[in-house]
Design a binder for this molecule. Structure first.
Ligand SMILES: Nc1nc2c([nH]c(=O)n2[C@@H]2O[C@H](COP(=O)(O)OP(=O)(O)OP(=O)(O)O)[C@@H](O)[C@H]2O)c(=O)[nH]1
Ligand SMILES: [Mg+2]
Length: 309
């Protein structure tokens, strides 16, 4: 591979969950295409410093708080780039289009501008995913408490995981979950053999690490997630074109008694030099762990027992 061009780009997220795109100015490759503001890291420059500089140069604003997100290597005809995407949570100043570009605030899943730079597909999908992903555990605490909670406060997405359920019992529970979550716009993902989900009201299938490793193609669902523990399954998930990952366990959890937790450093380490897919941290975590999860590059936190207390 020729020299890799190191790039940072930032997703500004406002209070309503909208994000900012900019159009690429005339004279640059892919002029007129839409992108996340950002640009090339200068020699010796730290990525976050580059992000601050680029936002100042292109938009006249000061980035105050940002956390690392996806990292994607893309081969363009003109060069190979390593894009480090950040989520920008706080900034100061008024927008100035210093490169004559146009900007547009967009709602995840409802883009009104285009075309997007070709490397940005995964990040657009990641923007549709929430920070908190509850996982069902009706086999431990019963269905009633879970269905009640889903009805009271439907989440943006839920993962149904019920080991030990028969196909019929799982199908019945999935229908009940979907009836509470989908009318509010939430997504239902299910950890099961993809063949079990035919005809059920689901948005995606979640592959256990074993199913992921055995799969020879991406199951035919709008969303596909997978659980991973290391580099081999991470590479397989990328090759298969999975949309999100679960990685754990970060803290001690009854799901894996006796197995040493990764800790946050171990979590980040497993992602090596970043991951092109959004990764939820899993295992003994609560919503209060979100700041740590963001700081270590996670999409957010997946909650099993902690989601239903
Ligand atoms: N800023 C930005 N660049 C992206 C994105 N996606 C993507 O593939 N790229 C690629 O990353 C590279 C970044 O370049 P840039 O043109 O923004 O760099 P720059 O601001 O430093 O511009 P300059 O080189 O004219 O000074 C380009 O090859 C661009 O195609 C994105 O979302 N935002
Ligand atoms: Mg730029």
């Amino acid at each position: 591979m020729s020299r890799v061009v190191e790039v940072v780009a930032g997703t500004l997220i406002d209070r309503d969950g909208r994000f900012l795109l900019g159009s690429r100015p005339e004279g640059k490759p892919y002029a007129g295409y839409w992108e996340f503001p950002g640009g090339k890291i200068e020699p010796g420059e730290a990525p976050f410093a580059a992000l601050k500089r680029e936002f100042h140069e292109e938009l006249g604003i000061d980035v105050e708080e940002a956390t690392p997100w996806l990292t994607k290597v893309h081969v363009y005809e003109h060069s190979t780039v390593r894009l480090r995407f950040y989520r920008v949570w706080r900034w100061m100043g008024e927008f100035e289009m210093r490169e004559g570009q146009t900007i547009a605030w967009q709602t995840p899943g409802e883009l009104t501008v285009g075309p997007m730079l070709p490397a940005n597909g995964a990040i657009l999908k990641a923007l549709e995913l929430p920070s908190l992903l509850p996982i069902t555990c009706a086999h431990e605490i019963g269905e009633e408490v879970i269905l009640k909670r889903l009805a009271e406060a439907p989440p943006a997405a839920v993962l149904v995981r019920e080991p030990g359920y028969t196909r019929e019992a799982l199908a019945r529970f999935v229908v009940e979950v979907a009836a509470r979550v989908r009318p509010a716009g939430g997504k239902v993902f299910v950890n099961a053999d993809p063949a079990w989900l035919a005809g059920l009201p689901v948005d995606g299938v979640h592959l256990s690490e074993a199913r992921l490793m055995a799969a020879d193609s991406r199951p035919d669902f709008a969303w596909v997630g997978a659980s991973i523990h290391g580099a081999e399954s991470k590479a397989k998930a990328e090759a298969l074109g999975v949309d999100y990952l679960l990685l754990g366990h970060v803290k001690a959890t009854p799901t894996h008694p006796g197995a040493a937790p990764l800790g946050w450093d171990g979590f980040e380490c497993r992602l090596a030099d970043g991951c092109p897919l959004p990764v939820y941290a899993l295992g003994g975590l609560a919503a209060a762990d979100l700041p740590d999860a963001f700081a270590h590059g996670a999409q957010g936190v997946a909650l099993m027992r902690g989601a239903w207390r």
